[in-house]
Write a protein that binds this ligand. Structure first.
Ligand SMILES: [Zn+2]
Length: 258
């Protein structure tokens, strides 16, 4: 039984804390700011069991050094083998059988290039930590990878069990939903979710975790192959949309300029 807690950091990041029933302590995911983590653990009077890193951007890695000096340099810090990140002492690549130190839990590491080339996601029981790859109602910008790579990465994530909780690292949901409604205006579930998300944000409550089932229903970047999205793209770009990669690339381009 896992518990996940989003710890707000910077303007719109979440550092996720992961706790396992009957185990004292927590893992944290993408600690861009060490003080946020230390405050949380101090208040809960818990030790830090380990760190999971999804990709090299500073807002995800900036707290590693301070956490290692505060909790000890033997604290396990997992991170992508393909990215050179200071402080990562457990570099990992795609595997279904990662044994996490201190918690006897099995994690699956999924390689999801696109936002960065070495970006990884962690699937631990029914929880997915996907960094800046899949957001609620959106996806990460393509800083390093190609549309083809990102589409393949998102397709891998969309094939995970529907009930899986999606823990992404930014509260971008309302801005993503504004775009989603513009490109997928006849999607009723999208409209319902937009109302829910607006209420949550008005109460300063996180919209996350989301779920794979919800994202498949409302996220235009998981729906770029559908007739609805393709029709919107054809209207917007005044050209026939004939393949999935082209459809995804134009959708990402539209969002970048939205
Ligand atoms: Zn990033």
């Amino acid at each position: 039984m896992l518990t996940v807690t989003p710890l707000p950091a910077f303007d719109d990041n979440y550092i996720w804390a992961l706790q396992v029933a009957h185990i004292h302590g927590a893992y944290v995911v993408d600690p861009g700011d060490a003080n946020v983590v230390i405050d949380f653990l101090d208040q809960a009077q818990m030790p830090l069991l380990g760190v999971l890193i999804t990709h090299h951007h500073h807002d995800h890695t900036g707290g590693i050094a301070q956490l290692l000096s505060h909790y000890g340099s033997n604290t396990p810090v997992y991170g992508p083998l393909k990215e050179n990140i200071a402080g990562v002492n457990q570099p990992v690549s795609a595997t279904k059988n990662l044994q996490l130190h201190n918690i006897e839990l099995n994690a699956e590491v999924i390689e999801v290039p696109g936002h960065t080339l070495g970006h990884i996601a962690y699937l631990i029981e029914d929880v997915l930590f996907c960094g800046d790859t899949l957001f609620s109602a959106g996806c990460g910008r393509l800083f390093e990878g190609s549309p083809e790579q990102m589409l393949a990465s998102l397709t891998q994530l969309s094939n995970i069990v529907d009930s899986t909780k999606v823990c992404c690292t930014h509260e971008y949901t309302l801005a993503n939903l504004a775009f989603a409604n513009a490109v997928d205006p006849s999607n009723k579930q999208l409209r319902q979710y937009t109302e829910q998300a607006q209420q949550l944000r008005a109460a300063n409550t996180p919209t996350l975790p989301s779920s794979i089932a919800l994202e498949k229903a409302i996220n235009p970047f998981l729906r770029s192959h559908t007739e609805e999205i393709r029709n919107s793209l054809a209207d917007k770009f005044q050209q026939p949309i004939i393949d999935n990669v082209k459809s995804f690339a134009l959708l990402r381009q539209w969002k970048d300029n939205f």
